[in-house]
Write a protein that binds this ligand. Structure first.
Ligand SMILES: Cc1cc2nc3c(=O)[nH]c(=O)nc-3n(C[C@H](O)[C@H](O)[C@H](O)COP(=O)(O)O)c2cc1C
Length: 222
């Protein structure tokens, strides 16, 4: 780790927000605003700070290290996260830092806070989204697990276009209150520790000894 990079002030929450068109947003924009003046929250609006799809990876790693809770705030797009947030994961969660011997995120919490355009009842085997919404969560959950993080119960707002103004306002207020009171949430006492997911040496990139051993034994590497 490059120690010349100034560590950000230690704040318990690092909020990563990704909305490709925030000006048109009904819900995420208000959630981002609600979080932005909370003292313990380091906010990064990715489509503003990294609109050129270029991250300062060492700085991002420092910001993540400084937090205890990493929040992902975004609209669901194609049953997943917006492209720039995915790129943040691809570049920042590097081998040797986040996983594969790296323990920088071990023991931290990951919290997905997302909105969908489709209403809750459409996420059902009998409706057009065909799956319960939970079916789209394993990539988030397993990413957290591989990095030694707890995946907290997601906070979701379905049907974001048609939800009443009162419901949106209540949702935004609950989000702000949650951020302000973390980690003193009632459900924390019942949360299990993260499962251990050690990546075997043979699956690690650039591990020459493992690679040689694999070649000798005829095991194919990805
Ligand atoms: C490219 C794109 C893909 C989308 N994919 C989904 C989807 O897979 N499921 C869904 O329920 N809504 C989907 N939506 C709708 C957004 O989730 C919805 O517009 C957003 O949650 C509303 O939040 P906002 O008011 O903050 O913009 C998609 C929207 C866009 C622009």
């Amino acid at each position: 780790m490059d120690e010349s990079i100034r560590a950000p002030a230690r704040r318990p929450v690092y909020l990563l927000a990704a909305h490709p068109n925030l000006r048109e947003s009904r819900v995420n924009r208000r959630m981002l605003q609600a979080a932005s003046d909370l003292p313990g929250v380091d906010v990064n609006d990715l489509y503003t700070s990294s609109a050129d799809y270029d991250f300062d990876v060492p700085l991002e790693q420092k910001r993540a290290e400084a937090a205890q809770l990493i929040v992902l705030l975004h609209p669901i797009q194609w049953y997943s996260m917006p492209a720039l947030m995915k790129l943040w994961f691809d570049e920042v969660l590097s081998y040797g830092w986040a996983y594969g011997g790296g323990t920088a995120l071990q023991g931290k919490d990951l919290w997905l806070v997302a909105t969908t355009g489709s209403p809750a009842e459409s996420y059902h085997p009998g409706s057009y989204n065909r799956y319960f919404f939970d079916a789209f969560l394993p990539p988030y959950e397993q990413t957290a697990a591989l990095c030694g993080m707890r995946f907290l119960p997601p906070m979701l707002l379905h049907g974001a276009h048609r939800t009443s103004e009162e419901e949106v306002a209540a949702h935004v207020a609950t989000f702000r209150e949650r951020l302000a009171t973390y980690p003193d949430w009632p459900e924390m006492a019942d949360m299990l520790d993260c499962p251990s997911c050690d990546v075997p040496a043979i699956d690690r990139p650039n591990d020459k000894s493992a690679s040689a051993a694999a070649d000798e034994s005829g095991v194919r590497r990805r």
